[in-house]
Design a protein around this ligand. Sequence first.
Ligand code: M6R
Length: 611
Amino acid sequence: MCGIVGYIGNQDAYPILIKGLKRLEYRGYDSAGVALLKDGVNVYKKRGKVADLERHIANKDVGGTIGIGHTRWATHGEPNDTNAHPHRSMDGKFVLIHNGIIENYGRLKKTLEENGYTFTSETDTEVLANLISYMYDHGATSFENAVQLALKKVIGAYGLVVLSTEEPDVLIAARKGSPLVIGIGKGEYFLASDATPIVEHTNSVIYLSDDDMAIIKKGQLTLKTIFDKTQEPVVQELDLDVGEIDKNGFDHFMLKEIFEQPRSILDTFRGRVAKDNKEIVLGGLYKVIDDLVQARRILIVGCGTSWHAGLVGEYLIEDIARIPVEVEYGSEFRYRNPVIGKEDFVIAISQSGETADTLAAIRMAKEAGATVLGICNVVGSSIPRETHAGVYTHAGPEIGVASTKAFTAQVTVLAMMAMVLGNKKGHLSTERYNELINDLTVIPSKIEKILQQNDKIKEIAKVYKDANNAIYLGRGYLFPVALEGALKLKEISYIHAEGYPAAEMKHGPIALIDENMPVIVIATKDKSYDKIVSNIQEVKARSGKVIAVVTEGDEVIRNMADHVMEVPDSCEMFSVLTTVIPLQLLSYHIALMRNCNVDQPRNLAKSVTVE
Ligand code: M6R
């Protein structure tokens, strides 16, 4: 949440910062601002999008080769010009951008007020800017030392960059809980919350760890902790292409990412399906696989769409590998005193690898002695760095706030894990193992076919664009798809939508059904088919409108439903990967027809780094 950029070097900082903020806008988009060091500091900030900030700045002095920028997702204080970052200390000497939450900011603010400090904004960040200033005036030996002393007083999470008129040749960056990456150029450095603004400048990066602090001058970087311990910078090569973070001709990132799924799933397979489709090799698990096979149980943690993927994982692993699985929201797990010990394996699923609740759950599980694995998309993010082992999904950058290709990649990894475990445990015969590998590897071509129905799905969207509510129903593997379909609709179109196991309908939700209620039923030909046909009849008997996702050629449901969206027949276990696609497209078109901002839905941010 919130995007941070910084630059120090010999180029004009402003264009680099603005472009960087546009790249990071998906992390938060209620206000934005920049600060540029040049004979003092110029700070410009504005409520709204980065484009609003650009308009606000037009014709102003944007000179300077050192600067910082921020795009905000509000935590403390409503989105307005004053609460936007950067924030200055009262004496104007320190200017700060921050991602995270200073939990004890109330107490710190009170102490500062008692010492004569006044505040213009409602933010925790302005408190930190003033705390640095206070430390500078009360015993700190330097700007760097003032930042150290201030951060030692802070409880909470931060990724921050600060500059000072007192030492105008330096930028200081620090991290605890919120990500920060430093790109290394020739005599210049780029800072950002993730690598997307950096990749067009350099491929060499350093990921900061918690408590790290970087003191950066033109052509010189010193890494230490806030406790003054010298750290050896670990320089890594980015495996990211600029083309991957552009819309490439699509109107929206979400549409691009939906259409990328045949390729992104192939990328998830790449190098992992070996020996002519006869074996799956998950290199990231090699250290733990023998123990994982013996696991007493597996706990899966995640949030949002990643939690839905976790539910699919539960069905897959129990079905194929016969290991008991429980699925938990990170936020619940971390606060509910769960029974967990060293015999347990925890799988944390996260696209961003930075979700605060999932990270906290991981830390708790590690403390309890469990082995923790990650399934993450963003390489180098916190979750892969904090887990014992794991598998990257390799879906490529997902910029649309609504998760699409990350979900199918997560399910693909979970399917591969389940198959490896099933095979090693002896629950899958070699023949069945090979059959399943084949079934999984043909999924991308099936998705290609589904995507060809885009125009037809658009027509269905026209009919339901003004709905106020929607119900999604599925059974077995398709119940998590119902949840995911409902989440996609509500988060981007603001239509209230709920997903249910189809048989639960009779226990309450059926009371909602009337001629105005669209019911989206995922009803492919699997072992629950007859039962879901009965559920459709129950909806129709109460005049509900049925939009069914069906197996190609299903005339029975076609004759009952108001609309059908077809998917090619596929193995029941992997039908999640096909049936979710029309639901993603349906949500996309409905949101667009309602004039909603598809890529940046209101109140949301891509990566939820606060709890
Ligand atoms: O980065 P993560 O996968 O950990 O994010 C989890 C959720 O915040 C995320 O899936 C969210 O629910 C999406 N907006 C859903 O489309």
